[in-house]
Design a protein around this ligand. Structure first.
Ligand SMILES: Cc1cc2nc3c(=O)[nH]c(=O)nc-3n(C[C@H](O)[C@H](O)[C@H](O)COP(=O)(O)O)c2cc1C
Length: 161
C-alpha cells in the first residue's frame, strides 16, 4: 500500500461536492467554511475566493426547510450522522435540491475538529420522480410544489431580462 499520496488532488477530483467547516454550530459566524472541492464550486456557482469567513447559509433561501437544518444541528450535537435534503440556491439564485450527508471528523481524545459534508444536486433525479407521481396523482401537493419552485425561478428570470 502506498502510504504517501496527494490527498488534495483526490478531494479536488471527487464527483460529489465536499465541504469542510469548523465545528462552531452556534452564532451567525459559524460554521465557517474551510474547504470546498471543485465539484462543490461547479454545483453552486460560487468562486473559491468568495468563501472566506462564509458559512453554508449562503446556500439557503426562501424554500429552504428549517426543520431539515434543525435536524442537522441536532444530529451533529448528538455526534450522529445527518442525511437530508432541502432546497438550496446557486450563486445565480437558481434553486436546486441539495441532498447531503454531514458528520464530524474527530481528532485526539475524540474531540470534533471538523464538520464535513458530502453533497449532491438531485434536482434532475427528483424531477423524474415527481413527474411519475403526478402521472399517478395529478393533485400530488408535494410534486406540484416541487415544479412551482422551479417555474417561479424561470419566470423571475424572464421578468428581470
Ligand atoms: C459541514 C456543514 C455543511 C452544511 N451544508 C449545508 C448545505 O449544504 N445546505 C444548507 O442549507 N445548510 C448546510 N449546513 C447547515 C448550516 O450551516 C447551519 O448549520 C444550519 O443553517 C443550522 O444553523 P442555524 O439554525 O443557526 O441557521 C451545513 C452545516 C455544516 C456544519
Amino acid at each position: 500500500m502506498q502510504l504517501k499520496f496527494d490527498w488534495l488532488i483526490v478531494l479536488e477530483n471527487l464527483q460529489r461536492g465536499i465541504m469542510v467547516t469548523d465545528t462552531t454550530l452556534e452564532g451567525p459566524a459559524g460554521p465557517r467554511i474551510i474547504y470546498v472541492n471543485r465539484a462543490w464550486l461547479k454545483m453552486t456557482g460560487h468562486g473559491r475566493d468568495e468563501l472566506a469567513c462564509k458559512t453554508p447559509r449562503i446556500l439557503q433561501g426562501k424554500h429552504t426547510d428549517r426543520a431539515v437544518l434543525s435536524s442537522l444541528k441536532q444530529k451533529l450535537l448528538n455526534r450522529e450522522l445527518f442525511h437530508g435534503q432541502t432546497w438550496n440556491y446557486r450563486k445565480s439564485g437558481e434553486p436546486f435540491l441539495m441532498n447531503w450527508y454531514c458528520y464530524a471528523i474527530y481528532g485526539e481524545r475524540s474531540r470534533p475538529i471538523y464538520d464535513v459534508a458530502e453533497q449532491e444536486d438531485v434536482t434532475e433525479l427528483e424531477g423524474l420522480r415527481m413527474k411519475q407521481r403526478l402521472l399517478v396523482n395529478p393533485g400530488d401537493a408535494e410534486a406540484l410544489a416541487f415544479f412551482f419552485i422551479l417555474d417561479e425561478w424561470k419566470a423571475s428570470r424572464k421578468t428581470t431580462r
